[in-house]
Write a protein that binds this ligand. Structure first.
Ligand SMILES: [Fe+2]
Ligand SMILES: [Fe+2]
Length: 169
């Protein structure tokens, strides 16, 4: 790495420790997004019943957005001298977002989506905290992604509220 870069920059050699920590956090975020894509494909197809279509359409629309997040995280990993991992490194975490026993059990899916989104929100806040001190570019990118996840979570909280009000959840 060239010595004429400002030493404050995250790409500077003296910031290798921070940069590697950041790449590790970005890889975790990348996998969260990839697993969300899988889970949302599944749950945008499986549910049955008249009430399912709104949820399925919303999840189908979110797939593209989550994939876009995964691509942004991948690009940033590369920019920070990291390597985007291959699929054999993937370790699933979302046991809470598996197909329910009954495909009409929409509240189970809504709760799973809320848990996935709040997990992402929690990790992205950690990322923003860390990047805020060492890498404003990553901080800026993750702030925009965090806003998307907050939007997703609020939408699904609204869906859950509707089921609760009607005594269906
Ligand atoms: Fe996302
Ligand atoms: Fe999301």
């Amino acid at each position: 790495m060239s010595g004429d870069r400002g030493s404050r920059d995250i790409l500077a050699e003296e910031n290798t420790v921070d940069r590697e920590k950041l790449v590790e956090m970005l890889i975790k975020a990348y996998w969260m997004e990839m697993e969300t894509v899988m889970s949302y494909v599944t749950n945008s197809v499986n549910p049955d019943g008249v009430r399912a279509s709104e949820i399925k359409e919303s999840l189908a629309a979110d797939i593209t957005e989550e994939l876009g997040h995964a691509q942004q995280f991948a690009a940033r990993i590369k920019e920070l001298y990291g390597v985007v991992p291959g699929s054999m490194d993937f370790k699933p975490q979302m046991d809470f977002l598996q197909p329910p026993a009954e495909q009409t059990d929409i509240p189970a899916i809504i709760r799973g989506v809320i848990q996935a989104e709040s997990g992402a929100i929690s990790h992205y806040n950690d990322l923003i905290d860390f990047a805020g001190d060492v890498d404003p570019v990553t901080e800026d990118m993750v702030i925009a992604i965090l806003r998307d996840e907050q939007g997703h979570m609020r939408e699904f909280e609204g869906f859950l509220r509707e089921y609760e009000v009607e005594g269906l959840a």
